[in-house]
Design a protein around this ligand. Structure first.
Ligand code: SAH
Ligand code: SF4
Ligand code: F3S
Length: 433
């Protein structure tokens, strides 16, 4: 396509559209950093791009449908500009492969998550740094917070989940390379780091455990707040709980997907823990700190879920008092074991269960937010609110959004504030002098 020499004279523009989880966001950020090393420039407007990459997700049918609709929309841009290249990346690229061309024949290339090094051939310029330990850190939209993948793939095989099929077996990144990436990020002003992996707390490397890695990350100069996602209940060891509760740099929040409150459904899902195991982790965290932020994922209407089993999920929500939750209707994914099970629950019933779950959780989320009123919290300022440039959005350690009056422009600074009220689900605070 374009030679490297031409690229120097006429910089080319790229645009990335990212769907799915933080792992995809991280991959997109890494690809962006690498393209920029080769002289490519990001553009916000897809119409101005010479190359558009769509990083896709397959976790639910809806995720694929959204990506396909967006890609289909790009066809007119391709027709208008003969030079534009469109690449489909990520989990749906792996899941559907060449069959995507049947519906979307104008796609120029398809790359699954383990094929990103091939982008170098496509842009005719060496992306040799893709696997080098000197990789730039994955810059997100801001320069104070970074995602760092420490694990790829997943070995769990939960019965409903497509992730292991599209992301492959678990691989753990070398601790040295992780720490170097975090050090580079910190030297450039990043103070918050989120370690990523599908079962992130199962990390192990040459005798080092996840708890050991957290300890090392906490020692990196400049790192103030450490987050991680998503941990699996099965890997909550005593050693891990101890460091979570003692190391003040580790934010007091965990996103710990539970999926269901019923032991029989958890067993069918092959989740490898019971309701009681799960609640004992919640108990350990909240008895140490009642305001420890715990968020979760719930699936409603798993094949064969009875009314009683569904009620157990609602009772778990009441017992666990989650700060918030992502709630989904079960979506069968071809190739997973549960897709072979007959679905006796109607779509309407699934939706009704989902709505009941959402209504209950919203009430709990509100109660949890109200507990914050009157407290002094250290928040990390992120960006001005959409409605008013003199109001900023920040995050507490326990992962709650706070709106404060602030007329400066220092994204990434920590300020102490007093929480005064709850509006909607958002906290309103006042910065302390
Ligand atoms: N690795 C993470 C979850 C990754 S997928 C973990 O195990 O905790 C993110 C969420 O999508 C899951 O927690 C689950 O709630 C939801 N999900 C996955 N497959 C699904 C399916 N087939 N139907 C509905 N929701 C699904
Ligand atoms: Fe999917 Fe289960 Fe792996 Fe999470 S742990 S990615 S839900 S298979
Ligand atoms: Fe993430 Fe979706 Fe892939 S949740 S790992 S982008 S299937």
């Amino acid at each position: 396509m374009h030679s490297p020499l031409l690229l120097v004279l006429y910089p080319l523009n790229y645009h990335i559209i990212s769907y799915g989880c933080q792992m995809n966001e991280y991959d997109s950020a890494r690809l962006a950093a690498l393209l920029e090393l080769q002289g490519w420039l990001p553009v916000e407007n897809a119409e101005k791009a010479d190359m558009i990459l769509v990083n896709t997700c397959s976790v639910r049918a809806k995720a694929e449908e959204n990506a396909i609709a967006r890609i289909r929309d790009l066809k007119k841009l391709k027709v208008e500009s003969g030079e534009l290249r469109v690449g489909v990346l990520g989990c749906m690229a792996k899941n559907r492969g060449e069959s995507l061309l049947k519906d979307l024949p104008f796609i120029d290339f398809i790359l699954g998550p383990d094929e990103y090094h091939k982008l170098s051939e496509i842009i005719h310029s060496p992306l040799s740094t893709l696997h080098s330990p000197l990789n730039p850190f994955a810059k997100l939209a801001n320069n104070y917070s970074a995602f760092v993948a420490i694990q790829s793939g997943c070995n769990m095989r939960c019965s409903y989940c497509i992730v292991p099929y599209v992301r492959g077996r678990e691989r753990y990144r070398e601790a040295e390379s992780i720490l170097r990436e975090i050090e580079v990020a910190a030297a450039q002003g990043v103070s918050e780091v989120t370690l990523l992996g599908q079962t992130v707390n199962g990390y192990r490397y040459k005798g080092l455990s996840f708890a050991g890695l957290l300890r090392m990350v906490a020692d990196v100069k400049g790192i103030e707040r450490i987050r991680f996602m998503s941990p699996h209940p099965k890997h909550y060891t005593g050693e891990l709980l101890e460091i979570l509760l003692c190391e003040t740099k580790i934010a007091p929040h965990v996103h710990l997907p539970v999926q269901s409150g019923s032991n029989s459904i958890l067993k069918k899902m092959k989740r490898q823990y019971s309701r009681e195991n799960y609640l004992s982790i919640v108990e350990a965290l909240r008895s140490f700190n009642p305001l420890y932020g715990i968020t979760t994922d719930i699936i409603c209407g798993y094949p064969g879920e009875t009314e009683e089993e569904f009620e157990e999920t609602l009772s778990l929500l009441r017992e666990a008092q989650f700060d918030s939750a992502f709630m989904f209707a079960y979506s069968p994914r071809e190739g997973t074991p549960s897709a072979l099970e007959e679905e006796l629950i109607t779509e309407d019933e699934k939706k009704a269960r989902l709505q009941k779950t959402i209504d209950l959780q919203h009430a709990i989320t509100l109660e949890r937010a109200r507990l914050m009123v009157g407290r002094t919290e250290k928040i990390l300022l992120e960006k001005p609110s959409r409605r008013n440039p003199n109001e900023w959005v920040g995050k507490t350690g326990n992962f709650k959004k706070v709106i404060v009056d602030y007329s400066g422009s220092a994204a990434g600074t920590y300020v102490n504030c007093t929480i005064e009220a709850v509006k909607g689900h958002t906290l309103c605070g006042k910065i302390n002098d």
